[in-house]
Design a protein around this ligand. Structure first.
Ligand code: NAI
Length: 331
């Protein structure tokens, strides 16, 4: 089957080519994103392989269906960027990668927590300038601090195990409490207690209508003064403008983001010779206590290999059975 692979960067080409060696699908790589202007690149393809910031809205899905595409093979766990109902209506199957390396994302969340706390991002620059002053670099012991984990799925559970090792007190919120967490000593509580008790709030839930802007002005008003907020889930779980107000008031003491509401216009691209038009994002970058990474939490050798292998398995299963191995069903 011919597969049009969008948003294909050199690391995607390498990992997918390796995973596809035995399966033998005809992978056609396009560095460009899937967007309103680019579906025609999939004219010969039976399947489209897309990443998190590709446009899979109803209009694009309809164009792909009209071109003869029958499968959307997502290289991601999240599928909030896909109009799944439109795909089903157009007769397109959707496959995803439900799990690759939850360790990759959980460990990145820990990297954000440790960096924000001990300010190694600032220390790195300071020392290179020959400045060995400690002023401004004061952190706190993670040991004994309360961490609120919102979402204890695959990633949230790995994160909980790591943070338990630091000696943190863990509280969690999830509509489906997990027995492994209870056994670890994690207390499941409502969002009110997560917000009121946590020194660090970390978001590991999917983006859904319920979680969109879960962290808004009202939520921030209920947080401890100086709280650290970390988001590696999806940008729109956080209301960015509210968070900026929280940073300015001092309620939010530090902020670590791997994802951003409007990241489609920015992430995975090089803007170093241009300027950033998004004033909200640019404002975020002015805070010394804000650390942004460009959706790289998943980006480990192990995760890339896992994504590629499951993507190829989805393609092969679809070709054989008319159904991807890990389908996304319309609700
Ligand atoms: P998962 O599906 O294993 O777990 C998600 C958990 O969130 C489930 O236990 C679910 O019950 C819970 N949840 C749903 N609604 C909730 C709510 N309103 N409040 C609290 N919890 C809620 O997913 P996994 O693999 O742990 O990934 C979580 C999210 O992380 C993904 O949906 C994706 O958006 C994001 N992600 C980000 C990556 C990155 O590179 N930054 C990479 C991979 C995933």
């Amino acid at each position: 089957m011919q597969v049009a692979v969008f948003s294909a960067r050199p690391y995607d080409v390498a990992s997918l080519t390796a995973a596809n060696a035995a399966a033998g699908h005809a992978l056609v790589f396009h560095e460009t994103r899937l967007a309103a202007e680019t579906p025609a690149l999939a004219a010969e393809a039976g399947a489209v392989c897309a990443f998190v910031n590709d446009d899979l809205s109803a209009a694009v899905v309809a164009r792909l269906a009209a071109l003869g595409v029958r499968l959307l093979a997502l290289r991601s766990a999240g599928f909030n960027h896909v109009d799944v109902a439109a795909a089903a209506a157009a007769g397109l199957a959707v496959g995803r990668v439900p799990a690759y390396s939850p360790h990759a994302v959980a460990e990145h969340a820990v990297a954000l927590i440790l960096t924000l706390n001990r300010k190694t991002h600032r220390a790195y620059n300071r020392v290179r300038e020959g400045n060995f002053e400690l002023h401004g670099l004061l952190g706190f012991d993670l040991h004994g601090k309360t961490v609120g984990i919102v979402g204890t799925g695959l990633i949230g559970r790995v994160l909980a195990r790591i943070l338990a090792g630091f000696g943190c007190r863990l509280v969690a919120h999830d509509p489906f409490p997990h027995p492994e967490m209870v056994a670890l000593g994690v207390a499941y509580v409502g969002m009110d207690r997560i917000l009121a008790e946590s020194d660090i709030v970390t978001l590991q839930c999917p983006l859904t209508p319920e979680t969109r802007h879960l962290i808004d002005d009202a939520a921030i008003a209920r947080m401890k003064r100086g709280v650290m907020l970390v988001n590696t889930s999806r940008g729109a779980v956080v209301d960015t403008r509210a968070v900026i107000r929280g940073l300015k008031s001092g309620t939010i003491g530090s902020l670590g983001l791997d994802v951003y509401e409007e990241e489609e216009a920015l992430f995975f691209e090089d803007f170093s010779d241009r300027f950033i038009e998004d004033d909200t994002f640019a404002r975020l970058l002015t805070f010394p206590n804000v650390l942004v990474t460009g959706h790289q939490a998943f980006f480990t050798v192990e995760a890339l290999a896992g994504i590629a292998e499951t993507t190829v398995a989805n393609l092969t299963a679809f070709e054989r059975d008319g159904r991807p191995l890990h389908p996304v069903a319309a609700q």
